[in-house]
Ligand binder design. Structure first.
Ligand SMILES: Nc1ncnc2c1ncn2[C@@H]1O[C@H](COP(=O)(O)OP(=O)(O)OP(=O)(O)O)[C@@H](O)[C@H]1O
Length: 227
């Protein structure tokens, strides 16, 4: 379980998260939504230990998430895939995957290619020659190569065509369903994402203002002003 307890997070004097608490069970598929600047990315960064300036406590399983010590938290099973296509453009798909799995299990790339079939089909293509959607799938696959039990994804479908958005989100659902990985996803494509997650959180000004079933948020138009 991920247990975020009373967290405040800051950039210098700017406080972004305010007494934020939340629990996510193993195996959940959770979407985080909210307006620009609400603190969604900051929450993900806090969960992987990438916010040095914070108070409160975050635990994953029986370990404390150590602020400022991302490598230790990755070793504990947390992966964070930031926004943007963070791939090595001059390496092939296969090389990108194997490098990401060097400290874990490079052979796991076979499983990743099963989850993201396009990566299997383009194993020997240079990453930089692929479309935005394919590069995004590769970035997600690289995150998976650390064999995380908790996958934190920051806006994985930004800038992609609607049909590709659906593909990427379905692959993310498969990661959760086939591999049992807990998935927490920040998304601007709210309607599409709500169809793929089970639970939704809405953040406003660094505080959680909705936490409930994604279907509820999808069906009740009166709640849509929240994001
Ligand atoms: N490195 C940084 N230094 C200073 N301020 C920052 C930094 N990163 C984010 N902020 C500020 O913190 C606030 C929350 O940013 P955050 O990126 O967490 O929001 P968000 O909800 O993810 O928004 P978006 O949807 O625009 O990505 C914003 O006011 C932003 O300008």
């Amino acid at each position: 379980m991920l247990n975020v307890d009373n967290v405040n997070a800051y950039y210098g004097k700017l406080q972004v998260l305010h007494d934020l608490s939340l629990k996510i069970d193993d195996g959940e598929r959770v979407g985080i939504f909210g307006h620009n600047g609400a603190g969604k990315t900051t929450l993900l960064k806090s969960c992987v230990g990438d916010m040095a300036h914070m108070t409160g406590r975050i635990e994953y399983g029986d370990r404390r998430v150590v602020p400022g010590q991302v490598h230790l938290n990755v070793r504990a099973g947390i992966a964070f895939v930031p926004q943007g296509h963070n791939v090595f453009r001059d390496l092939t798909v296969e090389q990108n995957l194997r490098i990401s799995g060097l400290l874990h299990d490079p052979a796991y790339s076979e499983t990743v290619c099963r989850i993201f079939p396009v990566l299997g089909q383009r194993k020997r293509h240079l990453a930089g020659s692929m479309s935005g959607g394919q590069q995004q799938m590769l970035a997600l696959g690289m995150g998976l190569m650390t064999r995380p039990s908790l996958l934190l994804l920051d806006e994985p479908t930004t800038g992609l065509a609607p049909i590709i958005v659906k593909d990427v989100l379905e692959c993310i659902r498969r990661v959760n369903q086939d591999e049992g990985t807990t998935v927490v996803i920040v998304e601007q494509n709210v309607q599409a994402a709500l169809k793929q997650v089970e639970r939704a959180l809405v953040i406003k000004s660094g505080r959680i203002i909705f936490d409930g079933p994604s279907q509820q948020l999808l069906q009740e138009e009166s709640l849509w002003h929240l994001f």
